[in-house]
Design a protein around this ligand. Structure first.
Ligand code: HEC
Ligand code: HEC
Length: 161
């Protein structure tokens, strides 16, 4: 966890605009993404290197550690384009805290990260969730901007119980 903290923060709340929060993500989702990076299916120069040395049991251990954190929403403002995210809430949760193990929590993710991720989802790729790729492709630039504004304006905090 220690070297993950440099970018993802000591309690999984991102320390850099390009790095997502890991607190609030399901263990199922974290395991899937780490294996995709390690095996070269999800491309990112930093994460492809970081995940190289991780075997399956280490990946599970990391995912379980992040899952052990408690996450709380500390700020959200419904006037900030909440409406725009209505269609996303079925899978990603009403205020972006997902209860669906396949769909990641979006609340509090850095704006820069969300912009990159939605761009990648629009470009598609066989490792990506097909329904999410279809959704990303149906969004206008205007809608995308509003939705990213909404999720990135929510604040979350993580605690070690
Ligand atoms: C040097 C900085 C850095 C370090 C160290 C690092 N990461 Fe990352 N991580 C990133 C960046 C940047 C991204 C976003 C990559 C992308 O856009 O695909 C990312 C993405 C991820 C994701 C995908 C999350 C999502 O929402 O899809 C997971 C899971 C992850 N990292 C886990 C880890 C773990 C576990 C460690 C420690 C073993 C670690 N990272 C160490 C920078 C880092
Ligand atoms: C039918 C369920 C579903 C709906 C509705 C949905 N998503 Fe997703 N979304 C997913 C799944 C599943 C993933 C994980 C993708 C993967 O593993 O490849 C995902 C991933 C994402 C990610 C990447 C997050 C990360 O941590 O890297 C973003 C950003 C995202 N969705 C945005 C949206 C937005 C914006 C909407 C509404 C316009 C939306 N989603 C609607 C299921 C859904």
């Amino acid at each position: 966890m220690k070297h993950c903290a440099v970018c993802h923060g000591p309690l999984g709340i991102s320390a850099r605009p390009d790095s997502p929060n890991l607190a609030g993500l399901s263990p199922n989702y974290i395991v899937k993404q780490l294996k995709l990076y390690r095996d070269g299916h999800r491309e990112h120069e930093l994460m492809n290197v970081v995940s190289q040395g991780l075997d399956d049991s280490k990946i599970q251990e990391l995912a379980d550690w992040y899952d052990s954190l408690d996450v709380e929403v500390t700020y959200w403002n419904p006037t900030k384009n909440e409406q725009a995210a209505q269609t996303c809430s079925a899978c990603h949760g009403l205020i972006g805290i997902s209860r669906n193990p396949q769909a990641p929590t979006l609340a509090g993710q850095p704006e820069f990260y969300l912009v990159n991720r939605l761009r990648a989802l629009r470009e598609g790729g066989k490792h990506l969730d097909a329904s999410m790729v279809a959704i990303a492709n149906h969004l206008s630039d205007e809608e995308t901007k509003k939705i990213i504004g909404w999720y990135s304006s929510i604040r979350i905090q993580a605690y070690r119980p």
